[in-house]
Design a protein. Sequence first.
Length: 269
Amino acid sequence: MTYASIMVAVDLTEGARSRVRLAGHLADDFRAGLTGVAAEMPDYSWTPAGPTPGGAFGLSSIQEAVLNDLRVAHEAFEEAVGGRSRVEWRSNLDFPLAFLVAQAAAADLVIVGRETDPGPALIAVDPADATMQLGRPVLVVPPGVDHLDAKRVVVGWKNTREARRAIRDALPFLKRASEVLVVSVDDGAGSEGQDTLRLLQAHDVSAIRVRRDAEGVSAAQALVEAAAEHGADLIVTGAYGHGRLREWAFGGVTRDLLSYAPVCCLMSH
């Protein structure tokens, strides 16, 4: 199992170039194709209603501004990927998340930024919405991170559908890692991980099990601390949440990791 096609969301934030560079390195490591994706929907809400002098010019100006944003994003993508082959660019006048969801059918792994600010909100993809809607493993990259070795990986384990899927989706990383820590945070639920260890070992993954006591900190913080202690630059977890009126209510671990994790997080829902 490998990632044959990697997709990266490109926007106009400061972190976009470093994120694309990281995606390029991963494409090299996995010998994968790399696709950059960007979209923006023109905001016509401020234009006057009905036929007015200059109305058509106003609409054209709004659309041209959006096309210029997409050109800038494309140029940033091309600069960051350098002279790599097997590179593709896809963009359109569309809502960013809806366009990315449609394009994700062509990807094994989708890479997005952890934060959307600063930068034009209309072109950025919210990482929480992407994680819950893409139907693909999502690698969430913090601002300024431009490389992912993934030689040491922390897996946040709880015996749930989401965690089981995350481990399966992360196998290309896990099989390449020199050390994988399967971390169960003791929240009183008594999550067992022996079967997971046996499964990983059957895939030739060098994994050990670690139980952490949260000791008054959040489960997300316990995972971040475990990653720091063991020199891991990737955390793998399931993403937990449910939709209500187009808004996502997240479990604490998912919400906290999306908010402040200093290392890359691979999430599956």
